[in-house]
Ligand binder design. Sequence first.
Ligand code: KG4
Ligand code: ZN
Length: 310
Amino acid sequence: MRILAIESSHDDTSIAVYENKKVLHEITWSQTEFHKKFGGTVPEYAARKHAVSICQVLVEIEKEIDLKTIERVAYTEKPGLIGSLNVGKVFAHALAYSLNVPIDPVHHMHGHIFSAFFKGDAKFPAIALMTSGGHTQLWKIDSPFEKDIKVIGTTKDDAIGEVFDKVARKLKLGFPGGPIIDKLAQKGENTINFKINITNDFDFSFSGIKTKVINYIHKQNQTNKEIVLEDLAKSFQDAIFEPLIEKTKMAIEEFKPKTLILGGGVSANTQLRSEFEKLHENTLIPDMKYTTDNASMIAIASDIMNSYKG
Ligand code: KG4
Ligand code: ZN
C-alpha cells in the first residue's frame, strides 16, 4: 500500500510518500527559525505558514513521485495547534478526493509510537514512553488496533520538552532548548540537586523541577554568582529523566512488556537514549531523523494500524 502522509500539527510542514516500511520520499519544511525570535511557536503564524508551504511541499514531492500511484492519504488529525491541524486536514481531504483514494486520520502520538517501528517489529504487549514538546506519556500497546493502544500515565502540568525549552529561555540559550541543553550536559557534572520525589503511579509532574531550576538561576543572578551552564544542564537532565526512567521501570514490573519503545522530540536526547536502552533487552528507539515531527511516522502508523490482522 503506497501512502502519502501529511503532518502539520505544530511547526513542521511535512509530506512523506511511503510503502512497505520504506520512505520513498519525504520533505519537511521547518518553521523553527521563524518562531525563534518569539522564544516559542506562535500558533496563528504557524497556521498561516503551513497554508503557504503545504502546496509548495507537495509540488516538490511531485517532482519525484507520480501522485497517481498513491493508494491512501493519511494525515495528523489530533492533538496539536488547531489552526495548523486544520490546514493539514483540509489539504489531505482535498488531495484524497482528487486522487479518489481513501483518507486516514492518524493520532499524532500514534505516529510517534510507530516511528520506532522503522527500526524493527515490536512484540506485544509493548510499553511506550513518549516525550515531546506537548506530551509526556506512558502508553500500553496490546496490539496495533486502536482500541488496544492506551495511555497509562501522563503529565499533570508541563510536558518534558516544554520544560527544556523554558529552562533554555530563562538562560537565554535559544530555542528549541532541548538540543542546546543536551550538548551542554555532555560536558557537565551533577553538582546541583534539582531532584523531586517520585510518586507511586504512572503520572508525571515537572513543575517542581522547573521551579527549582528557575529559583536557582534567580538566586545566582541576584547574588552575582556564576552559573556553570554545563553543570546546570547535567543536574537538570539527571533530575528530569529520573521520573521517566523510574516510572518506565514500574511499568515493566507491572505489565511485563516484550518490547519497550521510546519516541517524541526529547527522545533525540543523548542521555535519555542511553539510559532507556539499558531498561530492557528489546528496546526500539527511533533514528534521530524520526524523533521530531515528520510525516513518515504518520504513514507508518497508518500502515501498521490498518494492516494488522491480529
Ligand atoms: O515531538 P516534537 O518534535 O514536537 C512536539 O510534538 O512537541 O518535540 C519537540 C521538543 C522540543 O521541546 C525540543 O526542545 C525537544 O523536543 N528536543 C529535545 C532534544 N531535541 C528536541 N529535548 C532534549 N534533548 C534533545 N536532544
Ligand atoms: Zn510531536
